[in-house]
Write a protein that binds this ligand. Structure first.
Ligand code: S3P
Ligand code: PEP
Length: 375
């Protein structure tokens, strides 16, 4: 049956978006590297953060949900982890698989990491090749480029490495491995990607020196468990930002949202599109910038989104494409080919599904051209 939706006359209120998935991943995995106990408040219950909890049985981690969204994590530290008795299942989560591989690269035992059909088709050479260069033994389908992956870690050596892709998952995997290597590692990033890992590890006592796009990881510092209060997810907030900006009669406040600039480029892009967005009550919580975001009805115009903006806005590109449908003029998105190797091909899925609703989006190999004011 065909149904039509009619727009609400007014969009008004305050919303606290769900917990940040990226920060939740880091809070669980990075705390498993340190010996002791940490409490994570407002842990993400989203599908891609879920495998972290199921991985606990594989190691000696004890994770106890002490409240609906609170997790107490007790770890023996990296040295205390033992060989898993079964295949580790990262399910649908690229972040889990890539982070866990970085961790396992320093363990002396054999582990097998698998995932669902989507994850088994995603590129893993980007972590396998540099982890091998550091001394880990890794095998997988397609010459080690596809999961399931088998890894025997060991005595890693530091390296100097030019990252071919600006990926926070790859960067984090290599940083984790570098913490336990015999010498320092220098990572050159092609562009900035989200830096939650660097911030959290520094707060735990790790030595990571940032010089522009170069990161120097010095192994040997003692890591201390860190209690983390996870802020709201800017990726979830983005849907309300776009809804309010595109609505003719809207006033919405999003409370307690992570606005780390290496993650929140969506705010800058929406502002450049003409969105009336104000950051209120900016603060730093656990090393991460957090704010309330006020947004109201706006006259949106088309923009060009490309280059260094993409890695720091890539999870929000689909909803930015929707915003562009309500904007005056054309929006062009380029340099976004990485979106095709996410949990889904986000370029074709966005163009296909929005076009079904009447949008005019032309797919490009690395982006989209979106005609405004057609919906
Ligand atoms: O590190 C992370 O938590 C993530 C990094 C991003 O991927 P990249 O590795 O391509 O930066 C992002 O798309 C993903 O949803 C989560
Ligand atoms: C969305 C992603 O992260 P994850 O698979 O961990 O959810 C991604 O890697 O595209």
């Amino acid at each position: 049956m065909k149904r039509s939706a009619s727009p609400t006359a007014k969009l008004e209120g305050a919303i606290s978006p769900p917990a940040d998935k990226s920060v939740s991943h880091r809070a669980a995995i990075l705390n498993s590297l340190a010996s002791g106990e940490a409490v994570i408040d407002n842990f993400s219950v989203g599908r891609t953060a879920a495998p972290l909890a199921s991985l606990r049985n594989a190691f000696l981690l004890k994770t106890a949900p002490t409240g609906t969204l609170q997790l107490r994590i007790t770890s023996p530290g990296l040295e205390g982890l033992t060989e898993p008795g079964d295949v580790l299942n990262a399910e649908n989560s690229g972040t889990t698989m890539r982070f866990i591989m970085g961790l396992l690269a320093s363990t002396p035992f054999v582990s097998v990491v698998n995932g669902d059909r989507s994850l088994r088709s995603r590129p893993m050479a980007r972590i396998v090749q540099p982890l091998r260069q550091m001394g880990a033994e890794v095998m997988g389908r397609g010459g080690g480029s596809l999961a399931p992956l088998t890894i025997r870690g060991g005595d890693l050596r530091g390296m100097e490495y030019d990252m071919p892709v600006a990926s926070a998952q790859v960067k984090s995997s290599l940083i984790i491995a570098s913490l336990f290597a015999g010498s320092e590692t220098v990572l050159h990033q092609p562009a900035l990607s989200r830096d939650h890992t660097e911030r959290m590890l520094q707060a735990m006592g790790a030595t990571i020196i940032e010089d522009g796009l170069t990161l120097v990881v010095k192994p040997g510092s003692e890591l201390k468990p860190l209690d983390v209060k996870v802020s709201g997810d800017i990726s979830s907030a983005a849907f309300w930002l776009v809804a309010a900006a595109a609505h003719p009669n809207a006033r919405v406040r999003l409370t307690n949202v992570g606005v780390n600039p290496s993650r929140a480029e969506v705010l800058e892009i929406l502002k450049a599109m003409g969105a009336n967005i104000t950051l209120e009550n900016p603060r730093i919580e656990g090393g991460e910038p957090v704010a309330d975001i006020y947004v109201e009805s706006s006259e949106l115009r088309g923009v060009e989104i490309a280059g260094d903006q993409i890695p720091i806005a890539q999870d929000e590109i689909p909803v930015l494409a929707l915003a562009a449908c309500f904007a005056q003029g054309t929006t062009t998105i380029r340099d976004a080919q990485e979106l095709r190797v996410k949990e889904s091909d986000r370029i074709s899925a966005t163009a296909r599904e929005l076009n079904k609703l009447g949008a005019k989006i032309t797919e490009l190999p690395d982006g989209m051209i979106i005609e405004g004011r057609v919906l």
